[in-house]
Design a protein around this ligand. Structure first.
Ligand code: NDP
Length: 332
């Protein structure tokens, strides 16, 4: 059983040297435990936050602890009634080949995914999984978009952003995505049906944003923070809404950013941070809706899959370099 254990808190980009790769025998389940073989590991921007000791929504990963990470796997041995051998499960399996469910310190028990769904596992982890649920609840419950309104989403070709834009289209909105580079901009407009794309790597991106939002912005689904967020806020309308989902542009920084809140006052913008876990009692409802849209062809799922556990630390940097389109996964 190979495990990545956090060796030190990374400064800036994550490196292989921030982890120890430790090998041990495949674990045996004790009474009340089950052993799960990981099939896919989810790489998420929040993994980088968990490596820090800044105040956050879960305890930071301790030095020496197996790196926390979401995943999907199959139960290979079980001595607990809720999981049986062969079950497909999702949970915080960690950066390792085998996870023990019911081990001390477990934050959440893994949950069984119905087997044999006509949806491939990678899409169950992305558009119909945690990032899809983040998009769904953040947009519909906090963004509360109405038909005809303008919705802007940043990191628009990524796992969360690509689903946000597609749901906003289903809700009858004008949708503008902000993404890095021509290929991602073409992906969101041509393949996903966004009304416009803004390439923030182009010198004239602020003019592009202005041209794409002639009636201002009613909902800003914020994934990035920094200058992109401040520029978007500058175009938001009176009584507009801003679900604050993430601030990926700042996660590698040691210094926390400072922002001017005056526009929120002057334009009475409703800003609300949220974590998908806030909606955990409604995951079933959200996943069913996302799966129905996917099967009806109204929602497109896209994933970038990297092979091999050993590449996980370097692969995480793809999220910060924009190397992924859609959900980033590691296949074990
Ligand atoms: P993505 O699949 O969107 O990958 C991250 C993308 O962010 C990259 O592909 C890159 O795209 C873009 N990006 C990276 N650095 C910058 C930068 N400095 N400026 C602008 N864009 C940048 O990841 P996720 O969909 O998993 O996550 C998106 C956001 O949502 C993150 O902030 C994450 O923390 C947050 N999140 C929050 C959750 C919650 O419960 N609140 C749950 C899940 C995610 P590009 O090539 O366009 O630059």
């Amino acid at each position: 059983n190979r495990q990545f254990r956090l060796k030190q808190r990374p400064v800036g980009r994550v490196g292989r040297a921030d982890f120890d790769l430790v090998e041990s025998p495949v674990p045996e389940p004790a009474e009340g435990q089950a052993v799960i073989r990981t099939l896919y590991l989810s790489l998420d921007p929040t993994n980088r936050v968990w490596m820090t000791d800044m105040p956050q929504y879960l305890p930071p990963v301790a030095i020496g602890e197996v790196m926390r990470g979401g995943g999907v796997g199959r139960v290979v041995a079980s001595r607990r009634p809720d999981l049986k051998e062969g079950d497909l499960v999702t949970g915080l399996l960690g950066w390792q080949d085998y996870a023990v469910a019911g081990a001390p310190g477990e934050l959440f028990p893994p949950t069984v995914i119905p087997d044999g769904l006509p949806i491939p596992i990678p899409s169950l982890m992305g558009a119909c999984g945690m990032t899809g649920l983040t998009a769904y609840f953040g947009l519909t419950e906090i963004g509360t978009p109405k038909p005809g309104e303008t919705v802007v989403v940043s990191a628009a070709a990524g796992a969360v952003g690509s689903v946000v834009g597609q749901i906003a289209k289903i809700r009858g909105c004008r949708v503008v995505g902000i993404a890095g580079g021509a290929a991602k901009c073409a992906f969101i407009t041509e393949e996903l049906g966004f009304d416009a794309a803004v390439d923030y790597k182009a010198a004239d991106w602020k003019e592009q944003l202005k041209a794409a939002t002639p009636d201002g912005i009613d909902v800003n689904f914020e994934n990035v923070g920094g200058e992109i967020m401040e520029t978007v806020v500058g175009r938001m309308n009176l009584y507009s809404r801003m679900p604050l989902c993430g601030m990926i542009s700042t996660y590698n920084d040691v210094q926390r950013p400072r922002y001017d809140l005056t526009p929120f006052l002057m334009k009475r913008i409703r800003l609300q941070g949220f974590i998908v876990l806030d909606f955990k009692d409604r995951y079933a409802e959200g996943s069913i809706q996302l799966a129905q849209w996917l099967l009806a062809g109204r929602l497109k799922a896209r994933e970038t899959v990297v092979e091999g556990l050993e590449g996980a630390p370097e692969a995480l940097n793809m999220l910060f370099d924009g190397g992924n389109i859609g959900k980033l996964l590691v296949k074990l």
